[in-house]
Design a protein around this ligand. Structure first.
Ligand code: ADP
Ligand code: NI
Length: 218
């Protein structure tokens, strides 16, 4: 198994080396670590499957490939080079396609391993790291940091949101502040608390600074 993990690591490192949208190799490493921590703490899930799915979870992402089909093909052809059982390949693939925020929104996941990897990926989208990733991604897409005229309402759907103009600060309301309540495992919920509070504090300070409220501190 050690060898399979190492080969997979090398493949992922090389595939995501150039990324600057927040899906770089270090994101993958953090997701793997979070996933293994959750799995150990909950004492559930097959750790080999969890580690493999964590390592490969962003490989087929449409944003990082020519098309969704090309991404799927990239994952499949890599898995086919490994000495894995058909059932293992299927399980890893199933996890990866079921966990994304878009694809997996609200959907019940088919396995404990999928729950763990989804939680691990979501934890990396919140807190200090999540804040950094949001601005990196937004900047890369050409979105402004913030625009006070862009609309944000409570519980806006993704479609409504995408129809409007967006900023990285808006992404917090669209997704980041909702993630805490969408986690599957008790362990991830505990890990999310501090990260969530930190985002709330960040937003409070952001609006303070935006509005020039420094006179209070003089
Ligand atoms: P994931 O890989 O976690 O499923 P995405 O691929 O949707 O998530 O996003 C990767 C990172 O970029 C995440 O940290 C996410 O919060 C951030 N991100 C996604 N869409 C936006 C956006 N419109 N504005 C700012 N950040 C975004
Ligand atoms: Ni990810």
């Amino acid at each position: 198994m050690g060898n399979i993990i190492e080969v997979t690591e090398a493949f992922v490192k090389q595939s995501l080396e150039e990324d600057s949208t927040g899906h770089d190799w270090f994101h993958i490493e953090r997701v793997r670590r979070n996933a293994l921590t959750i799995s150990e703490n909950e004492q559930k899930g097959n750790s080999f499957i969890i580690e493999m799915a964590s390592l490969l979870h962003d490989i087929p992402d449409e944003k990082l490939n020519e098309s969704a089909e090309a991404g799927k093909e990239k994952l499949q052809s890599f898995l086919n080079t490994l000495p894995l059982k058909e059932s293992e390949k299927e399980h890893i693939t199933e996890i990866i396609f079921s966990i994304s925020f878009k694809g997996g929104n609200g959907q019940t996941l088919a396995s404990v391993e999928a729950e763990v990897v989804q939680d691990a990926d979501r934890l990396d989208a919140i807190g200090a790291i999540g804040i950094a990733r949001a601005f990196a991604y937004g900047g890369k897409k050409g979105n402004p940091i913030y625009h006070p005229d862009f609309e944000v309402r409570e519980n806006m759907t993704l479609e409504e949101y995408r129809g409007g103009k967006s900023s990285s600060i808006h992404h917090f309301y669209e997704k980041l502040l909702k993630l805490k309540d969408q986690l599957n495992t008790h362990t991830a919920k505990k890990m999310a608390d501090k990260r969530h509070d930190f985002m709330e504090l960040f937003l409070k300070e952001f609006y303070n600074d935006w509005n020039g409220k420094d006179e209070n501190n003089l």
